[in-house]
Write a protein that binds this ligand. Structure first.
Ligand SMILES: NC(=O)c1ccc[n+]([C@@H]2O[C@H](COP(=O)([O-])OP(=O)(O)OC[C@H]3O[C@@H](n4cnc5c(N)ncnc54)[C@H](O)[C@@H]3O)[C@@H](O)[C@H]2O)c1
Length: 347
């Protein structure tokens, strides 16, 4: 099967490309590299060559913006003519900074929503009717519940989140227009962290990281002098906020399980998380213990719009995808640090 991976050079995309190629899929990446580097895909090739799993690696990389309809059209046409049409799409391409989305909602709606519409229009034209979409747990109305299932209230509090809701709704409408043909999976990720254990690919944010884990690894590397922890007065056992961290390779494998289920023509919306809550202090302590590194921390006040506990109810993912996360927090911390320490400047 020939899979188009939009945003395939990014953090989750590169790990998913690796998992796809290891499973024998052929992969075409379309990425503008606005938030990534082609070297991530060189890393994917290096891992595959080292493991000697595949002789000729079927990976094509195209630098393009998903809003460029002409180019997408040409790409789908080219593959169709070659007798190897694109069979399905895994759609990662998009912008993901909450802060930037508040400052520049126009750009976020254009890239995320218009980009998705353009992609679906071309897919429809070429009768490619299978898509796995990267949604996010940020769309839930945060309420300090024990855990969120797929029927929990949807109430995003920033433009990044509203674009994800809009795309899910749009995909639902597309599905309803022809349920016999479309197969769609909305995957709502919780907090992906870690890296491939080789240390050859990982998360390489441009500028100061906005997520806690790459921030933590940069503190460990001495690039940032301390880790600010927002609030130690939350109603949790140690006062710090709780999140559901999931190893990026588990997340990548979840996409393949979802892709395989799409042959059954349906729409599904599924949480991808571990179902375990970890406080910020537990994360820091685990990182320090497994890597034998001291992390300087400082408690500061809570951030506006933050929430005490965001943990997945992953029952549906386990029952409907036949998938379950396999890697523990210790592995996430070891692999994430290996990537950071071997690649202090990223790619
Ligand atoms: N990382 C997380 O914590 C997280 C959580 C929930 C959902 N998501 C979603 O998962 C997807 C992947 O996230 P990630 O962490 O790998 O982010 P990332 O920024 O590393 O990857 C996104 C990729 O899309 C590319 N891209 C952006 N705009 C593009 C455009 N117009 N045309 C073509 N390529 C474009 C970027 O260059 C990048 O390679 C995103 O849609 C994100 O919103 C991420």
């Amino acid at each position: 099967m020939n899979i188009l991976v939009t945003g395939g050079a990014g953090f989750i995309g590169s790990h998913t490309c690796l998992a796809l190629l290891e499973q024998g899929y052929e992969v075409v990446v379309v990425d503008s590299f606005i938030n990534s580097n082609k070297k991530s895909l060189d890393g994917v090739i290096e891992i595959l060559k080292f493991n000697k799993t595949i002789k000729n690696i079927p990976l094509e990389i195209i630098k393009a913006d998903i809003r460029n309809e002409k180019l997408l059209d040409k790409l789908f046409l080219g593959y169709k003519k070659s007798g190897k049409p694109i069979n399905a799409v895994i759609h990662f391409a998009g912008l993901k900074s909450v802060k930037e989305s508040i400052l520049n909602p126009l750009n976020y709606w254009d890239v995320n929503v218009n980009g998705s519409i353009t992609l679906l229009r071309v897919m429809d034209r070429y009768k490619c009717k299978r898509i796995v979409f990267s949604s996010s747990a940020t769309i839930y109305g945060y309420s300090n519940k024990k855990s969120f299932n797929e029927n929990s209230e949807i109430k995003p509090i920033n433009p990044y989140g509203t674009t994800k809701v809009a795309i899910e709704q749009f995909l639902n409408d597309v599905y309803l227009s022809n349920p016999k043909e479309w197969g769609i999976a909305n995957l709502r990720y919780f907090n992906p962290i870690g890296a491939h254990p080789s240390g050859l690919i990982g998360e390489a944010p441009l500028g100061v990281p906005s997520n806690i884990f790459p921030y933590l690894t940069q503190v460990a590397a001495g690039k940032i002098n301390k880790l600010n922890i927002f609030g130690n007065d939350w109603p949790t056992k140690d006062g710090t906020a709780i999140r559901d961290y999931i190893h990026v390779m588990d997340l990548a494998e979840g996409h393949i399980s979802a892709l395989q289920k799409l042959n059954e023509n349906k729409i599904m919306t599924v949480n991808l998380g571990t179902g375990f809550g970890t406080s910020v202090l537990e994360l820091v302590n685990t990182f320090e213990r497994v890597n034998n590194i001291k992390i300087p921390i400082e408690f500061t006040s809570r951030r506006q719009g933050d929430c005490c506990r965001v943990v997945a109810d992953n029952t549906l993912a386990i029952s409907s995808l036949g998938w379950s996360p396999k890697r523990y927090l210790e592995e996430m911390c070891l692999d994430g640090w290996k990537w950071q320490s071997l690649n202090p400047k990223g790619y």
